[in-house]
Design a protein around this ligand. Structure first.
Ligand code: SF4
Length: 255
């Protein structure tokens, strides 16, 4: 294929993806080529994840909603590496949500101090109090109730629903957005892409029909954090580089 032909394919795919004329989602494919794009993406991302994913993280080896909610609140705006120790310390001190509801705020602040944002101590205790008083000690398994808890936004609510309750929902953060906008060539019209509902629904469409939304979410999260990084993505070692629109456009720009 000549460079001109490849360029034409890139342009039409990128335009179509952004106009919503095509989705790479297997469910709404109109032609075999797009079906291949989505399959290629997932086959390679899941294979990469199986070899390289952070399967050892303690909150990934539990379905306990309390532990998952605790981990997600601690992970907010914090590097995973730093959170593990604090998470384990919190669980030693407060084994369940009732114990956390009765925690001394100064003790919680002390435990989470190494990861900063210690205002989360108050939110953690308040959230545990509400779970105990309004939900009989059970973390709610629906979005509308989860989102009312202090410190729980759209991302955490979806993460809890997916990782604790196996619901087929997709928590979308900047990592997820970065990978999908680069690879599939989506653009956001919103200055804050995390607030872009149209973009979010395009991304979510790619997860439909996945056997395990949980595995797909974790794979995307790890892949975006390790390979498709914010600065200097490792495109030369990337297993999906051959179909990546961002890489194609960078090569094109350098000509
Ligand atoms: S080729 Fe580069 S930009 Fe594209 S998905 Fe891979 S790492 Fe990300």
């Amino acid at each position: 294929m000549t460079f001109k032909e490849t360029e034409q394919i890139y342009k039409s795919k990128s335009q179509a993806a952004n106009m919503g004329n095509i989705d790479y989602n297997t469910n709404t494919q109109k032609n075999g080529e797009n079906m291949g794009e989505n399959s290629f993406f997932w086959e390679n991302i899941l294979a990469w994840y199986s070899e390289n994913g952070r399967h050892h993280l303690p909150w990934r080896n539990t379905k306990d909603p309390y532990r998952i909610l605790l981990a997600e609140i601690l992970l907010q705006q914090t590097h995973v590496r730093k959170v593990q120790e604090v998470y384990e310390q919190m669980l030693l001190e407060y084994t369940d949500v009732r114990e956390l509801a009765m925690a001394n705020i100064e003790t919680v602040k002390e435990i989470i101090a190494p990861i900063g944002l210690i205002y989360r101590a108050e939110r953690l205790i308040k959230t545990a109090e509400i779970v105990c008083s309004k939900h009989r000690g059970y973390v709610p398994n629906n979005y509308n109730e989860l989102i009312k808890l202090p410190g729980v936004g759209d991302y955490i609510a979806n993460a809890v629903l997916c990782y604790a309750f196996d619901q087929p929902v997709v928590p979308i953060d900047t990592n997820v957005i970065r990978l999908f906008t680069r690879y599939f060539g989506y653009k956001s019209m919103n200055r804050r892409p995390r607030m872009d509902k149209v973009l979010a629904s395009k991304i979510r469409a790619h997860f439909e029909e996945m056997d395990s939304t949980r595995a797909a979410n974790l794979a995307v999260l790890d892949f975006a954090g390790a390979v498709c990084t914010a600065s200097k993505p490792h495109s030369m070692e990337c297993p999906i580089s051959e179909n990546c629109l961002d890489l194609f456009s960078r090569k094109h720009d350098s000509h």
